[in-house]
Design a binder for this molecule. Structure first.
Ligand code: ARG
Length: 621
């Protein structure tokens, strides 16, 4: 990836520093950083690398260089002060010059600010969301959905073609259980349920049909558990119940496996039913995806790869890559002399069937062939780290040099705060909260707040604001911390209008919009930006100027949280400016116009950041 663009003021500074020190610009650009305290200046340059060639101590090099640069006529118009501080040289840039350099291109770029076409031709495949059709859509999937969608937008902003894939878990014996439950359900009732609830209904079917099996397992565990002291008679009761349940559960399992086997063999009726379950699930999920602003380029799930598996297995056998081991066909992952042996990658199980892993192997190869990706990313929680390590190693063993372009973008786990307790994302009776319900609950909380704070707003607008802020609060919360951290979701704190939250940033954006609205539509095209000389103004401009670099760092580290952190700090700078300086009542019309341009740029920059994270930016709240 190319180096981040710098504004013209910084370019000049780097050019002059390079002339004075004989160090390349790129190196100097990497050395310049904000000093520990804002009072010290805008940039600090450590002088260690400069001192060496001059045969000086860094402190002395800083003093001499300061004296030299003070005489440079090119720096006069753009730098206010150059001060040595120990081994460092601190620069303060002229705020007017900075504003004049940064604001016009930002306002001209508008929605495209910070973007580029540097990624053209380098396709990024992002596997994200990827829930399982028979199991609940849990918060892990929500995190994957939010993070993956942001990465897709971030890479797109940098010019990359992006293929977002929802790798649905739609294949496996669970399908057989669902078919069986469906066949046993009331025909008209089941249609209504499937249309309305999609994945949630299928999960219920799965849970229901598995009930005898589940009870059986837990009773058996109880009998075997030495720590459980059974009351007299209880053992007899338990054994009796087990004897009752066992044939029922076995019969269900037999039928379910049989149905799945038929599906695998291509039974046309089951295939149609499978397609229907898939489509209905996706349709219902899409309602939530729409609220999150998420759309996929591909929804090829596990079942999609079924036809590729046999030919793949044949090919690997022929190429001598697959080995038989304890009844399975595997790709050994350990090197012959490795001490700590890695478990092999299992491609075919003892009973001859394939696995999640097999389908991932086929999917990676398919993606390379179809999209010729530059990077193939998997946004999946940290519990699957070993799976992906194995997958990438197996691809390498298959001789695919592009295995190095595959990456597991893992993230931590999320818990939820309910009152004083911290729970996994489940509710009453251990049931997972369906995604739609989770969003609704947050939106409901915000609706109350809007009602209280802004009772005069028309009801539809209240709804719109509540939806934007409620959903935005969840999306922002998930991305506000490094993705590796474990998150505790806090309903109340997530909506704190003064916290490091989505609503805080949204309020800041709405405030900027409101200033512009009060002024009217006309903002002069070319105000005299050199009038912006206050430190609060300079701070806003510097924050906005950081954005293109933040965007690149977010892409490089697969870290949307960098954008979120930037949004909070840019908003803090903006609010500080707003609290200390008058815009509409500025001392002169010319200064007012310059400040309006600054407000407009802040509005654009913040809206841009929010949109990249999938958070809407209402103009009024
Ligand atoms: N369906 C899986 C799960 O819920 C996640 C799939 C991730 N993607 C992949 N290609 N393995 O755990």
């Amino acid at each position: 990836m190319s180096a981040s663009p710098a504004n013209p003021v910084l370019q000049t500074l780097l050019g002059r520093l390079s002339a004075a020190t004989k160090l390349p610009r790129e190196q100097l650009s990497g050395m310049l950083r904000p000093p520990p305290k804002a009072e010290m200046g805008d940039y600090a340059l450590p002088c260690h690398a400069i001192a060496g060639p001059r045969k000086q101590k860094p402190d002395q090099a800083a003093i001499d260089l300061a004296a030299e640069l003070a005489l440079d006529p090119h720096l006069k118009p753009i730098v206010i002060s150059i001060e040595p501080a120990g081994a460092f040289l601190n620069f303060r840039l002229d705020p007017g010059a900075l504003c004049a350099a940064v604001l016009p291109p930002l306002r001209a770029a508008g929605e495209a600010y910070g973007g580029s076409d540097e990624g053209a031709g380098q396709t990024i495949v992002i596997d994200y969301s990827s829930p399982n059709i028979a199991k609940p859509f849990h918060v892990g999937h929500l995190m994957s959905t939010v993070l993956g969608a942001s990465l897709a937008r971030i890479f797109r902003a940098l010019g990359h073609p992006v293929v977002g894939v929802n790798h649905l878990g739609d294949w496996g014996t669970q399908c057989g259980y669902q078919f069986l439950a469906w066949k046993q359900a009331n025909p008209s009732e089941r249609e209504v349920q499937l249309a309305a609830r999609g994945i949630d209904y299928l999960v219920d079917l799965y849970v229901e049909i598995n009930r005898p099996g589940k009870e059986l397992t837990s009773l058996k565990d109880r009998l075997l558990d030495k720590n459980v002291a059974l009351q007299p008679g209880e053992r007899v009761e338990t054994e009796k119940r087990i004897a009752e349940l066992a044939p029922v559960a076995e019969e269900i399992e037999r039928k379910a496996r049989e149905l799945f086997r038929k599906l695998e063999e291509g039974d046309p009726d089951l295939r149609i039913l499978w397609e229907r379950f898939r489509t209905k699930t996706l349709n219902v999920l899409q309602l939530s995806y729409d609220r999150l602003g998420v759309a996929f380029e591909s929804t090829a799930g596990e079942g999609f790869y079924e036809p590729f598996l046999l030919p793949l297995i044949e090919d690997l056998k022929q190429r001598g890559i697959l080995f038989e081991s304890e009844g399975c066909w595997v790709i050994p992952l350990s090197e012959p002399r490795e001490k700590k042996k890695k478990p092999p990658f299992i491609v075919v199980k003892t009973d001859g069937t394939t696995k999640y892993d097999t389908r991932d192997l086929a999917a990676a190869i398919y993606r390379k062939t179809t999209y010729d990706f530059a990077q193939n990313l998997y946004v999946v929680d940290v519990r699957q780290s070993l799976h992906f390590q194995g997958l990438f190693k197996a691809l390498e063993k298959c001789g695919y040099e592009w295995a190095k372009d595959c990456r597991h973008v893992s993230y931590g786990l999320m818990q939820i705060k309910e009152g004083d307790a911290t729970l996994p994302m489940t509710t009453r009776g251990g049931r997972m909260i369906p995604l739609g319900e989770l969003l609704d609950r947050m939106v409901g909380i915000v609706r109350e707040i809007v009602n209280e704070k802004n009772p005069a707003l028309p009801p539809e607008q209240k709804d719109r604001v509540a939806e934007a802020v409620g959903v935005g609060a969840i999306i922002f919360w998930i991305q506000a911390r490094r993705r590796s951290s474990n998150i505790v979701f806090d309903w109340k704190e997530a909506t704190n209008p003064d916290g490091d939250t989505g609503p805080y940033v949204q309020y800041t954006h709405a405030r900027a919009c409101s200033i512009l609205r009060k002024h009217g539509t006309y903002i002069p095209d070319q105000p005299d930006l050199t009038l912006l000389r206050e430190p609060e103004e300079a701070a806003v401009v510097k924050a906005l100027d950081e954005f293109p670099r933040v965007l690149r760092a977010a892409a490089e580290g697969y870290e949307p949280s960098l954008v979120a952190t930037w949004l909070v700090s840019a908003s803090r700078s903006f609010n500080d400016f707003y609290n200390k300086r008058q815009v509409l009542k500025a001392e002169s019309a010319a200064l007012r116009d310059a400040r309006l341009a600054l407000v407009d740029a802040a509005r654009l920059g913040i809206a841009r950041g929010l949109k990249l994270l999938g958070v809407t930016a209402p103009e009024e709240m």
